[in-house]
Write a protein that binds this ligand. Sequence first.
Ligand code: AMP
Ligand code: ZN
Length: 134
Amino acid sequence: MDNCIFCKIANGEIPSATLYEDGDFRVILDLGPASKGHALILPKTHAANLYELPDELAAKAMVLAKKMGAKLSGALGSDGLNVVQNNGKAAGQTVFHFHIHLIPRNQGDGVGVSWTPGKLTDEVKEEILSKIHA
Ligand code: AMP
Ligand code: ZN
């Protein structure tokens, strides 16, 4: 993708604060961090979102999230970690090159990775189950 900023960052054409790099991925610090240490896992090949990401890279990305999450949390002494991955504008995706957010968390930090829980009704449950199992 010629005009994709994350392609350019992942492949080193644009400099970034790189925490880790291998043949498939670059892990960088987010320029607009939700918390101290907020990092992004970027594949070096372009995929707009999770659905476009080849299975092999999807699997490797989750293993890398585990490794880098542990390393970040250990280095920063964080209490917790959110692993966030947005697909589509409606879900908050703003850069359309697949990425995983690693967001170190601390007790009472007020970082807003949350929602107000609703209630799963029998009607909605049945609707979804019938559509998925159709
Ligand atoms: P999303 O909303 O899931 O698409 O996340 C995009 C993320 O990329 C946001 O957290 C931005 O702060 C971050 N971001 C955008 N441009 C850059 C950049 N050039 N370098 C580092 N992070 C960036
Ligand atoms: Zn890209």
